[in-house]
Design a protein around this ligand. Structure first.
Ligand SMILES: Cc1ncc(COP(=O)(O)O)c(C=O)c1O
Length: 394
């Protein structure tokens, strides 16, 4: 094991490299052994740092947590078995009966449903405000507020929150914590902790894993606050499997390469889509036409790999158009190396009545494109097939 202080492997990874493995070993165990009762006492008295039981920690998972904390510029990070496990555990950890949570309207449907249905059953009240409007978010905070949870950029309209403005306005309520779900941004494009967030959450299922082969979620931030969330995880049990932690560590090795390419291709495709008559509107924070372009340009170093757009077509016409794709794959999720395309009205919002979808702002012709790492010209050629199908119906 190297003792060099600037060793490129994290502390946890170095502990694991006793066999000189370049890659982080997968420690596949549910429990850890103690040589004697004295060793057990040393552990519980905090005289040694070691693992005890799989739900409380795993060396492979710990190596990934250290890597993620470094990427977010955080004191610590806690990994979970999915993005939703991270979000729900953080909210359970930070709120109790009689408290109040503020969330934004545009956002992942399951996050909203957790706050408005499940958390509400435990007596935690909530206010839902328009996404991207820092003033409205700040105005919804009161003395009972413990958590302000906002995605930035949001799913699917890519609204970007003026985080420094919100953090400034929130100073009057120091007990309220700002949680930013930065799944769409990734630590490559934005560092919310340096801009006023108390905790950052990512669904690592998306860009951080990057290959559509794992589910994971992470909460990072100040070590004290992360330990409160970790304690909730240890009880709720939404832990990450060490095999998935290994895949996540592997994915992270190419994060900056993938995101740089996805940023560049998405911007190019967004501009091209905006020039097409069959496209009514494009939502991409890198375009001057996006309502939050100025905020995004100030806070983000890249605008991400997701482009949302509305086709001049009805529900069936849009579905037919997407069926013309040969490269982009019809699938939920985003952020992986493969380009994925979906029509939210019949994917994430399937089963909702047209009026219910309309109330949530989900248009029939809305398309969400997650740009992969393929040749941008090949993706454009695929989108041209979608556009051609819409044009035929105009
Ligand atoms: C912004 C955002 N946050 C959280 C989640 C949930 O993550 P997971 O699917 O890893 O539970 C998603 C899933 O699509 C998402 O888009």
């Amino acid at each position: 094991m190297s003792t060099h202080s600037s060793h490129p492997l994290s502390t946890a990874a170095r502990h694991l490299s006793a066999v000189d493995s370049l890659t982080t070993p997968i420690v596949c165990t549910a429990t850890y052994t103690f040589a004697s009762s004295d060793e057990l006492r040393d552990h519980f008295e905090g005289r040694v740092r070691r693992h005890e039981y799989g739900r409380y920690g795993n060396p492979t998972v710990r190596a990934a947590e250290e890597r993620l904390a470094a990427l977010d510029g955080a004191g610590d990070a806690a990994l979970f078995g999915s993005g939703m496990a991270a979000i729900t555990s953080a909210l359970f950890a930070l709120s109790k009966k009689g408290d109040h949570v503020v969330i934004t309207a545009d956002g992942y449907r399951r996050t909203r449903s957790f706050v408005t249905n499940l958390l509400a059953r435990f007596g935690v009240e909530h206010t839902v405000v328009a996404a991207g409007d820092a003033g409205a978010v700040a105005a919804a905070i009161d003395a009972r507020t413990r958590v302000v949870l906002a995605e930035s950029p949001t799913n699917p309209y890519l609204r970007v929150l003026d985080l420094p403005a919100l953090a400034e306005a929130k100073k009057k309520f120091p007990r309220a914590k700002i949680l930013i779900d930065a799944t769409f941004a990734t630590p490559e494009n934005q560092k919310p902790l340096a801009q006023g967030a108390d905790l950052v959450i990512h669904s690592c299922t998306k860009y951080l894993g990057g290959h559509n082969d794992l589910l994971a979620g992470v909460v990072s931030g100040d070590a004290g606050l992360v330990s409160v969330v970790r304690e909730a995880r240890d009880v709720l049990g939404g832990v990450l499997d060490p095999h998935a932690a290994y895949l996540l560590l592997r994915g992270l090795k190419t994060l900056s390469l993938r995101v740089a390419r996805q940023n560049a291709s998405a911007l190019e495709l967004a501009r091209w889509l905006e020039s097409q008559r069959a496209v009514e509107r494009v939502y991409y924070p890198g375009l001057a036409s996006h309502p939050d372009h100025d905020v995004a340009a100030r806070l983000m170093s890249g605008f991400g790999g997701v482009v949302s757009f509305v086709l001049r077509a009805d529900l069936e016409g849009t579905a037919r158009a997407l069926d013309q794709c040969r490269l982009a794959i019809l699938a939920p999720s985003l952020g992986g190396v493969e380009t994925l395309i979906e029509q939210p009205a019949i994917m994430s919002y399937y089963g909702l009545a047209p009026e219910e979808r309309a109330a949530l702002g989900i248009r029939d012709g809305l398309v969400r494109l997650s740009v992969g790492v393929e040749d941008v010209e090949e993706i454009r050629a695929d989108l041209a097939r979608v556009i051609e199908e819409v044009r035929r119906g105009l």
